[in-house]
Every structure is written in structure tokens, then in C-alpha cells.
Design a protein around this ligand. Structure first.
Ligand code: C2E
Ligand code: CA
Ligand code: CA
Length: 652
């Protein structure tokens, strides 16, 4: 098994497990060998004891005096009779004894059989003393056969001459038995125990790894909740389709991505089983769409992907995208029932189309994902078709920053105005100033793709000041030509808010344009109020002293300031359009919107609903207490000339 065939995330655990298995196998084999060796030694000791007993019985009575004499002769002249050797040889015939020494009561060797293996016996005075005390024992030793490298195994047993009796002993037998053959067997056996343990371990390990890989692959292939294949399969299927496309007539291919937003909220409110049910039902709805026969894939998270292959519709990209988006929207216009609740799906639809093999499957997928992000930005239920440059601000940031400076120098920024209407009478009561980048090639670019970059570079302070000045100038004019009750709302970025000259700028602009302060509303978001509430309170208080009204934009998204809100000097709350869009049909959003309305009432704030696109949304938000409406239902952001031309009821 090669390590790189193992998935990377398993490599470290796999190496550790291998080491562990090897260790376990080694321990098992070592334990087995230890035990087997002990058994051999013990067996030879018993045999040695038997030999010693018979030697003692036969020889001691006959040679006891000789032993004593030799032991007494310290000068070494004492010799045992030659007959002893012969008697020993007779007695040992048929025994597996390789060598035998006899030690006297002092421990000195008084007799040793001749043997080619041993030139001299290894020293063993401590062992001999032990045996002289009556304690027989044995050990395994290796002795090199003379003239070769081969080692032979011997059990060397020290046996008292009278094994049954405790000390003092008259003599000790040192008996060597050759166990080379037996020990070879033991070693071979231990080796095979090791090999087997290792094999069993490695097999188990390989099986476990295979199961893990299978599970992982399965996981990648199929999403557990919906049973749909995943992203890799989607790309593979598209790559396959693109191969076929090369040969046939011209064809348009691409992806339709459908993102379910707010799944996390559903999970938080009703539990994750409900969220899973929503996913399953959404998958079922998507599968029933025309075109779904090409496959439906789950990209993980909240998004589904459907390949688009168009050979003959004759539609433009935009028309085809609109038709696809419409089909999806229609299939989701009834609420999804899950676990006793009903939930309105909040879709973001991203589409990318390409001619033939102009782009790879992966490039097309990336573009569709960019479009889905754009659709989310545009608001709930929106769709977006990929056009080159849509990812501006994501890719080519440096280039984009350069472009922005150039755009600023060449005065490509323009202010658009979106009307705000009275929720009861629908009279135009003012407008919000929204900056646009009128790009010579790309057309109108929306602020969310460049305001963050402006912010990053600091250019926002200049551009923001331009928007402020231009919209105040314009509003002063419209108050003369259209209606003197109109007011303009201007968005402030975090950078501008932190600018120490902010108040001075506003004062100057109001003075220069002669716009009364009460005709100006400054919009800030919750997030940067929460960053430094003390500073925020200070600035907002000053603004109100000037007579300028303060609105909190996108209210409800930031969670932060519900309690701080009481202390903040503000006049207006703008409910974020993500709540407005679903409120009439979705109980969660409805209750959030109602809570915000109650809060506004409690604090006597003016409530504005933004992103009002349908009559149902207008009715709902009016009923909960929104005094003003802003949204496509009434008007889109318009350039100044169009605003003027569309102004419904001129008072002047
Ligand atoms: P915002 O302040 O929340 O502005 C409202 C956005 O909602 C605008 O997007 C507007 O076109 C869009 N909108 C209005 N009615 C509807 C509707 O019925 N449905 C949907 N789906 N959308 C609607 P826009 O113009 O793209 O501006 C996006 C954001 O960029 C603004 O969000 C604001 O935060 C920022 N922005 C715009 N102009 C400026 C500016 O001059 N300075 C600063 N600092 N930020 C700006
Ligand atoms: Ca705003
Ligand atoms: Ca807003």
C-alpha cells in the first residue's frame, strides 16, 4: 500500500495506526517467544535435575572421598581418579548432555568433560554459589561454535549434587544441553506470530481505510439529506456534456443555481429537521422543472445546481435566463410545509451561460456562483445572469481600484434618486440618493460592487462628499420646482462617519446649497453604530442639533443595537428589505417585522419599509405601522431628469 494512495486527511492517522499495529504485533511475538523460551529452559532444568540426581546417586558414594581429598588439596595437586571420566561417560550415554562440569564445595571446577564446542566454560561463580546453597536453576546462553560465526543455543543448568536437600552441598553439576534446534523452532514460530499479527492488523487497517474511503466517496457523490449527487459530479457531468458539444451544432450551455437563503433561520426557529425537510422539498420542486432531466445537484450548503443546455430556443441570453428564473420562481410561489410549519423559500438565482466550449465546466460554475452572490445582493427572490465584470471587487481588485480612481477623475459617478412615498396616500415625500458608476463600456454599475473598494481606498470620503453636495443641491432645487416638503436621504459610509470633519462638511454643504437642515436625512447602519456607541451618540447628537434627521438603515440585520437604540439619538428606522419581502407570507419574517414596528412605536421613531415590491408587502408593512415606503413597486432609483419627469403631482 503506497501512502499517496491514501487520502491526505487519513495519512497522519494511517501512519500512526501502522506504527501502533507494528508495535502490537512485535509485542505479541515477543511475549510468545519469551514464554516459549522459558518453557524450554524449564524443561531442560528438570532434565538436568534428573541427570544430576542419577549422577549423584551413582557417583557420590563411590567418589566422595576423592572429592574431599581434591577439595582439601588447595595447591592443586589433587586429581580425581581417571575412572570417574569413564563412569561419567557411561552414565551420560544416551543423554542429550553436551558438556558437564563438576564444582566442589568451594565452587572450584574439579572436573570437566572434553568438548569441541567449548574451549573453556564461561565464568559463573555467583551462579555456582547459588547452586551450592541448594538452589538449582538454568539459563539460556549462546555460544559461538569455534571456527564459525554460527551461534549455538545451550541451556546451562546449575544443579546441586543433592537436589532435594538444602545446603550445604558437596558439589554442583553444571550441565549444558544443546537446544539450538528447539530454539530455532521457537524463533521461527515467533517470527510467524509476528508476521501473522502484522498481517491481521494490516488487513483490518486496510479494510477500515477502504470503508472510510467508500463512505467519503459516497458522501462526495451523494448528499445525505436530499440524496442528490454533489458538486464534483455536477462538474463531471458538465465536462462530459461539453465534450459532446464540440461536435454538434452550436449550443448554449451553462448553470442555473438556486440558493435557498435563510435556511439557518428556519433551522434556528424550527429545528434542523425542518431545515432538512425544506431542502428535500425544494429538491423535489426543482426536479419537477422542465430541463431537470439533465440532472440536479446539491452544491452543499443551501445551493442547488442544474445544467442548462440550449440548442434551439432562439432566445437571447437574457431572455433565456429570465425564462429559467421565472420557472424556478413559479415553482416556489407556494409555501413549503415542513414538520407542521410553513416556510416561504427565499431564493437567490444565479445563471451563467456560455456558447459551446467557450468556458470550462468549472469556469461556468464559478460564474454562476458570482451571479448567485449578485442575486443575493439584489434582494430576496432575485436572479442574476453572469455578465463579464460581475465579479468586480472580487477579482482584479488592484485593476478595479485603478479604474475607480480614473472613474472619479473622469466624473463617471452620478447620483440616482429613489422616491419614498407616504404609505397611506402614496404621495412622494422624498428620495434616497444612491450613487451609480456610469461605466463607458459596462454601463451602470451598482454601488455594492464598488463602494466597499472606495471605502478600502479612502476614496469614499471624496465620493461621499460629492454625493452629499450634489443631492443637497438637487433637493434644494426640487423643493423650489416640485414640492417644498421633500427631503433627501444620503447614505454615510463608516469611513465618512469616522471623519472628524464630517460635521463641518455637512454644515458647509447645507450653507452652500441653502438646503434647510430638516430636508436632509443621514442614513447610517447599525453595524458602525455598534462599533463605538459613545462616539456614535456624540456625532448623531451634533447632527440633530444642526436639525438633520438620522435614519438607521438595514435595520434588523445587525442584531446589535436593540438595547443601545434607546440611547441613540435617531429619528427613523428603515426595516431591511430582506424582512419586507417575505413578511406577508413567512411567519418568521412577519414576526421580526412586527417586533421592529413595535420597537419603533415605543421609541416614537418614523418607520420606513424598503424594498417594497408587491402590493401584499405594501399592505402588510403599512398595517404594522410603516409610515413610508420605498421600493420598486413605486419607483426604481432614477436619474435626476427621470425623477423630475416622473414626479406625479407637482405642487408648484
Ligand atoms: P441601501 O442604502 O439599503 O439602498 C437601498 C438599495 O435597495 C438600493 O440599492 C436600491 O436600488 C435597492 N432597492 C430599492 N428598492 C428596491 C426593491 O424594491 N427591491 C430590491 N430588490 N431592491 C431595491 P443600490 O442602489 O444598489 O445600493 C446598494 C447600497 O449601496 C445601498 O444600500 C447603500 O448601502 C450603498 N450606497 C448607495 N449609494 C451610496 C452612497 O452614496 N454612499 C454610500 N456610503 N453608500 C451608498
Ligand atoms: Ca440607505
Ligand atoms: Ca437599506
Amino acid at each position: 500500500m503506497r501512502l499517496h494512495s491514501i487520502p491526505a486527511r487519513y495519512q497522519t492517522p494511517a501512519a500512526a495506526l501502522c506504527a501502533l499495529l507494528l508495535g502490537a504485533a512485535w509485542l505479541t511475538a515477543w511475549g510468545w517467544r519469551h514464554q516459549a523460551t522459558n518453557a524450554v529452559v524449564e524443561q531442560e532444568l528438570q532434565r538436568g535435575i534428573a541427570v544430576a540426581t542419577s549422577l549423584s546417586n551413582a557417583l557420590l558414594p563411590r567418589y566422595r572421598d576423592d572429592l574431599k581429598r581434591v577439595a582439601a588439596a588447595r595447591d592443586g595437586d589433587g586429581r580425581l581418579p581417571a575412572a570417574l571420566g569413564k563412569d561419567l561417560a557411561d552414565l551420560l550415554r544416551g543423554q542429550r548432555v553436551a558438556r558437564i562440569s563438576i564444582h566442589d564445595a568451594r565452587g572450584a571446577a574439579i572436573y570437566t568433560t572434553e568438548d569441541a564446542t567449548f574451549t573453556s566454560g564461561p565464568g559463573a561463580s555467583a551462579e555456582i554459589q547459588r547452586a551450592l546453597r541448594g538452589e538449582g536453576f538454568a539459563q539460556l546462553i549462546q555460544v559461538a561454535a569455534p571456527g564459525t560465526d554460527a551461534e549455538r543455543d545451550f541451556v546451562r543448568a546449575f544443579v546441586p549434587a543433592n537436589p532435594g536437600v538444602a545446603q550445604p552441598q558437596e558439589a554442583v553439576f553444571e550441565i549444558y544441553t544443546d537446544v539450538t534446534g528447539v530454539m530455532k523452532g521457537v524463533r521461527d514460530e515467533a517470527h510467524s506470530v509476528f508476521a501473522n499479527a502484522n498481517l491481521v492488523g494490516l488487513t483490518l487497517f486496510a479494510v477500515a481505510l477502504m470503508i472510510l474511503r467508500r463512505a467519503e466517496e459516497e458522501q462526495r457523490r451523494k448528499d445525505v439529506v436530499t440524496g442528490l449527487p454533489g458538486r464534483e459530479n455536477a462538474l463531471a457531468a458538465m465536462a462530459e456534456a461539453l465534450k459532446g458539444v464540440a461536435e454538434g451544432p452550436p449550443v448554449r450551455v451553462g448553470w442555473l443555481l438556486v440558493g435557498l437563503q435563510r435556511l439557518r433561520q428556519v433551522s434556528a426557529a424550527y429545528g434542523h429537521k425542518s431545515a432538512e425537510e425544506v431542502l428535500r422539498q425544494a429538491a423535489a420542486r426543482l426536479q419537477s422543472l422542465p430541463g431537470a432531466e439533465l440532472g440536479l445537484f446539491r452544491l452543499g450548503g443551501e445551493a442547488f445546481a442544474m445544467p442548462v443546455i440550449d440548442r434551439s430556443s432562439g432566445l437571447s441570453d437574457a431572455e433565456l435566463a429570465e425564462r429559467l428564473a421565472f420557472q424556478v420562481q413559479v415553482s416556489f410561489d407556494t409555501p413549503i410545509a415542513c414538520e407542521g410549519h410553513t416556510v416561504m423559500a427565499d431564493l437567490a438565482i444565479g445563471i451563467a451561460l456560455g456558447a459551446g466550449r467557450e468556458a470550462t465546466a468549472e469556469e461556468l460554475m464559478n460564474r454562476a456562483e458570482v451571479s448567485m452572490t449578485e442575486a443575493k445582493r439584489r434582494g430576496s427572490g432575485q436572479w442574476a445572469l453572469y455578465v463579464p465584470g460581475l465579479e468586480l471587487g472580487v477579482r482584479d481588485r488592484l485593476q478595479a481600484i485603478g479604474d475607480l480612481r480614473e472613474a472619479w477623475e473622469q466624473r463617471q459617478f452620478q447620483v440616482y434618486y429613489q422616491p419614498l412615498v407616504d404609505s397611506g396616500t402614496r404621495r412622494w415625500v422624498g428620495c434616497e440618493a444612491l450613487v451609480r458608476w456610469i461605466h463607458p463600456d459596462r454601463g451602470i454599475i451598482h454601488p455594492e460592487s464598488f463602494v466597499p473598494l472606495l471605502e478600502e481606498t479612502g476614496l469614499i470620503v471624496e465620493v461621499g462628499l460629492f454625493v452629499l453636495r450634489e443631492s443637497c443641491r438637487q433637493m434644494a432645487e426640487w423643493r423650489e420646482t416640485l414640492d417644498s416638503r421633500l427631503a433627501v436621504s444620503v447614505n454615510l459610509s463608516a469611513r465618512q462617519f469616522a471623519d472628524p470633519d464630517l460635521l463641518k462638511h455637512i454644515r458647509d454643504v447645507l450653507a452652500d446649497t441653502r438646503l434647510p437642515a430638516e430636508a436632509l436625512i443621514i442614513e447610517v447602519t447599525e453595524t458602525f453604530l455598534a462599533l463605538d456607541p459613545e462616539y456614535a451618540i456624540e456625532v448623531l447628537t451634533e447632527l440633530r442639533k444642526l436639525g438633520v434627521a438620522v435614519a438607521i438603515d438595514d435595520f434588523g440585520v445587525g442584531y446589535s443595537s436593540l438595547s443601545a437604540l434607546r440611547r441613540l439619538p435617531v429619528d427613523i428606522l428603515k426595516i431591511d428589505r430582506s424582512f419586507v419581502s417575505q413578511a406577508p407570507t413567512d411567519p418568521i419574517d412577519a414576526s421580526i417585522a412586527q417586533a421592529i414596528a413595535a420597537l419603533a412605536r415605543g421609541l416614537s421613531l418614523t418607520l420606513v419599509a424598503e424594498g417594497v415590491e408587491t402590493e401584499a408587502q405594501a399592505d402588510f408593512t403599512r398595517d404594522i405601522g410603516c409610515q413610508k415606503h420605498q421600493g420598486y413597486l413605486f419607483a426604481r432609483p432614477l436619474d435626476a431628469a427621470t425623477f423630475e419627469a416622473s414626479y406625479p403631482d407637482r405642487m408648484i
